[in-house]
Design a protein around this ligand. Structure first.
Ligand code: KIV
Ligand code: ZN
Length: 527
């Protein structure tokens, strides 16, 4: 395909043929995996981060799946100007209309429609004959193409589809107007050589294949999603679908940071480039893990806490002599900087404001004043205040800005001589309420006190604590996942006191549930 979009710039030689488009599906395939749900504000923050780092296409959601998904795709479509914004639709007109309704205001909209093509999926999932599937995809693509110039089609379970049928469908999809053909390894079944052969087979056998961009979408069930995607790029795929931190259904999707850095570091054997500014990787990874509560495993490539740590004496010695001995890329190339001591308790408002600006935060006057007070409190409690502390503090403030139920104070009696008890003060819709509760441990007592002040039937699914920096005076960042009537939400809280952070996280999750309840009640009334 020879057309270029604004984000596909030629390299120094004027060539665009080695440019690999990054299609990020964190907000769709990532978000639909259990426990990863995000609210509208969170999705907008992730979309902004993806656009800023140079993602070509942001798959913002599946508009027909729920009103929440529709609203998120529509808000992202209206806000994002540089990246293409895609919305998913099954191969039927109702789904496509809904997707288009959400996308129509986008500067660069894309409809992504899909239907299963493997024998297993067609027989058991769709209960359709291959000819009917073939007809359906042609109708869907032609219909979508009437609405939007940019249409992607995916044969779901593509890697387990019969080759003749796959070629027939891909050729017809392109004839019907698909501009991108995405080949999904839906169940993470393929291996690199086989997947590369499949892509080559399509390139050799489908006569009009040059009229579309070939894309790949690999799941990680065998831990091969990134390897499979790169193997496909080597033989001609020029779009890779991936997610930040590799989140996604089951074992996840191909991790964006791994694809980007493999292409950047191994130019000698992978002479391709992306439009991603890799210095944004760490920040975006952190944003996604904070919002979803999915902590990155310490030894995860590129973004794990140990990815650039050198523990053994021999390695440390080598590093001191030459960083290249044990480092194939610099921490700075992925935006990882040494923790810098930023400010102390004598730093003033002006310095604090400049620091926030430098870190990419633009706060209004009232927000800035609140953040400054919290910073002063933190500097009183904590000897050294680092960049990460400021991020946790401001994120915590932004996350709690619209809470109906607010944390006021907490006193806890803990230790080996039980019962542990918590005295808690909350403001519910502006009214202050106080109670005392016991529990088996201080966290249990704190959560029991919240339940007394704000009775609810939500179940706790996850309670996770993570230290923002090193040292025993570090802030704790707590994630709490609650489930009510099949809906899950993640809440976050940060504080130097782990129990206060826990209470804040629980209350944050509760507030999100309240918003969900109100939305469900409104849509039930209007139905
Ligand atoms: O894994 C898959 O097959 C998908 C498609 C909708 C592209 O996510
Ligand atoms: Zn998928």
């Amino acid at each position: 395909m020879t057309t270029t979009t604004d984000r596909i710039q030629p390299d120094q030689t004027g060539d665009v043929s080695n440019r690999v488009r990054i299609f990020d599906t964190t907000l769709r395939d990532g978000e639909q995996s259990p426990g990863c749900s995000m609210n509208l504000d969170e999705k907008l923050r992730v979309a902004d981060a993806l656009e800023e780092m140079g993602v070509d296409i942001i798959e913002a959601g599946f508009p027909i799946a729920s009103n929440g998904d529709f609203d998120a795709v529509s808000a992202i479509a209206k806000r994002i100007t540089k990246s293409t914004v895609a919305g998913l639709a099954r191969a039927n007109r109702k789904d496509i209309d809904r997707a288009w309704e959400a996308l129509r205001h986008a500067a660069r909209p894309r409809i992504h429609t899909f239907i299963s093509t493997s024998p297993l999926h067609m027989k058991f999932k769709l209960q359709m004959e291959p000819d009917a599937v073939h007809e359906r995809l042609i109708d869907a693509i032609a219909y979508a193409r009437n609405l939007c110039d940019d249409v992607e089609w995916s044969p779901e379970d593509g890697t387990r589809t019969e080759h003749d049928f796959l070629c027939r469908c891909v050729e017809s999809a392109i004839k019907a107007g698909a501009t991108t053909i995405n080949v999904p390894d839906t169940v993470g079944y393929t291996v690199p050589e086989e997947f590369a052969a499949l892509i080559s087979m399509l390139m050799n056998r489908v006569p009009n294949i040059d009229k579309a961009v070939i894309s790949v979408h690999c799941h990680n069930d065998l831990g091969l999603a990134v390897a499979n995607s790169l193997a496909a790029v080597r033989v001609g795929a020029r779009q890779v679908e991936c997610t930040v931190n590799g989140i996604g259904e089951r074992a996840g999707n191909a991790a964006m940071e791994e694809i980007v850095m493999a292409l950047k570091v191994r130019q000698d054997v992978l002479p391709f480039h992306t439009g991603i500014a890799s210095e944004y990787i760490t920040q975006t990874s952190h944003l996604v893990s904070t919002i979803t509560g999915f902590q990155v495993q310490p030894n995860k490539a590129i973004v794990g806490a140990n990815a650039f740590a050198h523990e053994s004496g021999i390695h440390q010695d080598g590093m001191l002599k030459h960083a290249g001995t044990y480092e194939i890329m610099t921490p700075e190339s992925v935006g990882l900087h040494k923790s810098t001591l930023v400010m102390g308790k004598h730093s003033g408002r002006h310095a604090f404001r400049s620091k926030l600006k430098e870190m990419g935060y633009e706060l209004g006057e009232n927000e800035l004043e609140d953040a400054f007070h919290r910073f002063k409190d933190l500097a009183d409690k904590k000897k050294d205040v680092y960049d990460e502390d400021i991020v946790a503090l401001v994120d915590d403030q932004m996350l709690h800005a619209n809470d109906r139920v607010r944390f006021v104070s907490l006193q806890v009696i803990a230790g080996s001589k039980g019962p542990q008890s918590a005295e808690l003060e909350l403001a519910v819709d502006g009214e202050t309420k106080t109670t005392r509760a016991t529990g088996s441990g201080p966290v249990d007592a704190t959560f029991n006190a919240i339940k007394l002040l704000f009775p609810h039937s939500a179940r706790l699914q996850l309670y996770q604590v993570h230290a923002v920096t090193e040292g025993t005076d570090a802030q704790a960042q707590v994630t709490v996942r609650l489930e009510e009537d099949g809906k899950t939400v993640n809440g976050q809280g940060a504080d130097t006191d782990t129990l206060v952070a826990s209470a804040r996280a629980y209350i944050h999750a509760l507030n999100k549930l309240l918003v969900k309840r109100e939305k469900s009640a409104l849509s039930a009334m209007s139905a």
